[in-house]
Design a protein around this ligand. Structure first.
Ligand code: DC
Length: 237
């Protein structure tokens, strides 16, 4: 019977959230941690990017509240779960292939300051994380979207290191990219993400902060797993 109880507890899956600025290692680490735990991985930045892409594709240039509101009203935005991961669908279209361009990154950061955009995406994120067993990454996972998450992590790194990582990532995908442009884009996004009035990027009071500047990916993953293993409910999982 003790065993049955223990195995029932074993089914309890946690919600792990990882917040942090661009280049902090969030995405890579979140994916690897999710894989280690057998949990789903939720990339909430992809939702903001998807909205940005939708506006760009529709030729909307201004981040005007009324225009954005009109486009969002009819849009059906979903996180679709598949055995190999989640992807974002807008009006039935898988938009994954369009999300990583620098133009989309910058626009996503700008439109994410609009309360109506955040309000539209909040239930989509909560629905995706409803059953737990998830590693969700973003900017406001701990402070707004999943404040009840058992484990809250905030990853950070020195600005220069974050620029270096972002530059490497973009150069690998797009070929030659100017470092100065990458630096400018990252600094702008940082400023917008940290200073917006609604759900700005910041750690929750309970967040465990990890400075990844001088750490390898593996070291960060191990540090996060150690925090998870140290959580009381993990004794039974
Ligand atoms: O994590 P990312 O670079 O894919 O996110 C793109 C932009 O989306 C980011 O600059 C700010 C916004 N974002 C947000 O405001 N809240 C989130 N939870 C995730 C992303």
């Amino acid at each position: 019977m003790v065993h049955e109880g223990a195995s029932a507890m074993k089914q309890r899956k946690m919600t792990i959230v990882i917040d942090g600025p661009a280049g902090s290692g969030k995405s890579t680490v979140s994916k690897l941690v999710a894989r280690r735990l057998g949990y789903a991985y939720l990339d909430t930045g992809a939702l903001y990017r998807a909205v940005a892409y939708m506006l760009i594709a529709a030729g909307v240039e201004a981040d005007d509240r009324d225009i954005v509101s009109k486009h969002l009203a009819d849009a059906e935005i979903r996180c679709v779960k598949t055995p190999s991961g989640m992807f974002v669908q807008i009006n039935g279209e898988d938009v994954t292939a369009h999300l990583r361009a620098e133009e989309v990154s910058l626009r996503a950061s700008r439109i994410s300051a609009l309360p109506l955009v955040r309000a539209k995406l909040l239930p989509v994120q909560r629905e995706a994380g409803r059953d737990g067993g998830i590693v969700a990454e973003g900017r406001d996972m701990a402070t707004v979207v999943f404040p009840e998450a058992e484990v809250k992590i905030f990853l950070d790194a020195d600005e220069n290191e974050r620029i270096k990582r972002r530059h490497r990532e973009l150069a690998a995908r797009e070929g030659r990219v100017q470092r100065a442009r990458v630096a400018e884009g990252l600094r702008n996004r940082d400023r917008w993400d940290r200073t917006r009035a609604v759900a700005p990027l910041k750690p929750h009071a309970d967040s465990v902060r990890i400075d990844t500047t001088r750490m390898s990916i593996d070291e960060v993953v191990e540090a996060v797993i150690a925090v998870i293993n140290g959580h009381p409910s993990r004794e039974f999982s």
